[in-house]
Design a protein around this ligand. Structure first.
Ligand SMILES: Cc1cc2nc3c(=O)[nH]c(=O)nc-3n(C[C@H](O)[C@H](O)[C@H](O)COP(=O)(O)OP(=O)(O)OC[C@H]3O[C@@H](n4cnc5c(N)ncnc54)[C@H](O)[C@@H]3O)c2cc1C
Length: 469
């Protein structure tokens, strides 16, 4: 492992790979860290090692990642798979563990391209064995060709339909799709339709998935609310309200999904400014047009900065590379602006359908903030919505104080899974907007790190080079 790169990139998804290619092409020494065994990120997971679920199952959008991963491999960027980044300091020191050995590497600039997470879906029974996210089901399919027959898929968002379509193409029967998109969302999205129609191909692709699912004879039940999974020690049935009546379907596997949100743990722990995004109901790191955060030399790109999909992530990665190259003095602002202009144009075009999609697939408030007090919110510490509400009634001011009262957000995931629910629950309970309630404070290590690795850090493992802004 070489220390003191010009640019360190966290994440080898579309954003990280594209950033690395662009920065390396400009002659910068680039190091890319990703905890996965191969490049690709979420969409192109296992792109170099196709499993039993090949391109025919995963589709053309998946196969398109092969060109980017080849360009990445050929770029000359130094790539470290299996490398978990547990810290990035405001002065650009990257703490990373590879093969059980921790190192701290100082970079001239850092591009955080850590991607998105699936939004929590806190419903009764979501912690039962047999219930997992649809994205997790897709990971099993992409990485190992594993799939569960006769699962019920429930929730909202384009990814839900894509994954059901992939399941069907893999020949795996699906029992039903329970769509939780509220009817009001269709009306709310309507005024934004004209902008999205400029990219009609994208919309047709989504409609194509829905048609294929219906053609396969899978019941698609729209306007579902009140989802709840029940069973004796594991999922056995899923209940829901539709047309004013309660219904139930037997299911051993229930795959839930209501969109993806930026994973902000790393950018939060660096101390970058974050804002509440009311359209996507999530936190996002504040950046300029080049992905620069308000911390000098720290950039953010891809879905980790703003959820826009794989192509937007690729373009965002290229822009962040130009921003970082300019910051470390490899190119001047005129070159950056010149090279960046067509990329910014392409990004704006790519994002045209977003306002429509964000409005249509913004999950219902009742699916983001559980009505029932006994629903588990923080899975690590098993804290319920009722405990959070009771703590708010005692006068708790925000998520960080909540930790001392009931330990919500103090488990190994550091609030990755519960932070949004906690913020919105406290906002509801205290009558304040989410940005006034705030978020959990995240601190390094943002990923579990063995004490032995930390203790074994030697002074020369920490490279104090002073390259950078
Ligand atoms: C579960 C899931 C499945 C998805 N599937 C699809 C799909 O099939 N099709 C689609 O169009 N979109 C999919 N998406 C949306 C997807 O986020 C984008 O399309 C695209 O992958 C975003 O690219 P990215 O480079 O920003 O992030 P990602 O592709 O998510 O890449 C981020 C990379 O950063 C790495 N990383 C994160 N934190 C660290 C750390 N601390 N240390 C080391 N490495 C780290 C991760 O291992 C990952 O490889 C999915 C999203 C999720 C959450």
């Amino acid at each position: 492992m070489t220390a003191r790169p010009d640019i360190a990139v966290v994440g080898a998804g579309p954003a990280g790979m594209a950033a690395a290619v662009a920065a390396a092409e400009a002659g910068a020494h680039v190091m890319v860290f990703d905890e996965q065994p191969g490049p690709g990120g979420q969409i192109y997971r296992a792109i170099e090692t196709p499993g039993p679920a090949g391109d025919a199952v995963l589709g053309a959008d998946y196969a398109a990642g092969r060109g980017l991963s080849r360009a990445f491999r050929d770029s000359g960027a130094e790539y470290l798979p299996g490398a978990t980044v547990w810290q990035v300091s405001p002065d650009r020191e990257v703490g990373v563990s590879v093969d059980g050995r921790a190192r701290i590497i100082k970079a001239g600039a850092v591009i955080v391209a850590g991607g998105a997470l699936e939004r929590p879906f806190p419903i009764p029974g979501w912690t039962l064995p047999g219930v997992m996210t649809a994205g997790a089901a897709q990971i099993a399919l992409k990485a190992s060709g594993l799939a569960a027959a006769d699962a019920v898929f429930a929730g909202t968002g384009p990814l839900l339909y894509l994954i059901v379509d992939q399941y069907l193409k893999a020949g795996v029967p699906v029992r039903a799709v329970l769509e939780t998109t509220p009817w009001s969302a269709y009306l709310g999205a309507l005024p934004r339709l004209p902008g999205a129609l400029l990219r009609a191909g994208k919309l047709r692709q989504g409609l194509g998935y829905i048609r294929a699912i219906r053609d396969a004879g899978v019941p698609v039940i729209r306007g579902v609310s009140g989802l709840a999974v029940a069973g004796d020690g594991r999922a056995e049935r899923v209940a829901y309200t539709h047309g004013g009546h309660r219904h139930e379907i037997a299911a051993e596997h229930v795959f839930v999904h209501q969109g993806v949100v930026p994973n902000v743990n790393l950018t939060r722990s660096i101390g970058c400014r974050h804002d509440w995004d009311p359209a996507q109901a999530c936190w996002r790191v504040a950046t300029d047009a080049w992905g620069a955060t308000d911390v000098a030399g720290i950039f953010a790109a891809g879905d980790g900065a703003h959820v826009g999909g794989a192509e937007a992530a690729r373009l965002g990665g290229q822009l962040a590379a130009l921003g970082a190259l300019c910051t470390i003095g490899r190119i001047d602002a005129a070159v950056r602006n010149n090279r960046g202009a067509p990329i910014q144009h392409a990004l704006a075009w790519e994002l045209r359908p977003r306002p429509f999609l964000d409005a249509l697939y913004r999950p219902a408030a009742a699916d983001r903030v559980p009505a029932g007090d006994d629903v588990v919110v923080c899975r690590c510490e098993e804290v319920t919505a009722g405990e959070v509400r009771a703590t708010a009634a005692l006068g708790c001011l925000g998520p960080n104080q909540l930790k001392s009262f009931c330990r919500a957000g103090m488990g190994p995931c550091q609030g990755r899974l519960c932070a949004l629910t906690v913020t919105e629950l406290l906002a509801e309970a205290t009558g304040r907007p989410p940005d006034a309630v705030g978020d959990f404070r995240r601190r390094p290590p943002v990923k579990p790190l063995r004490l032995a690795e930390l203790a074994a850090l030697e002074p020369d493992d920490t490279d104090g080079g002073d390259a950078g802004p």
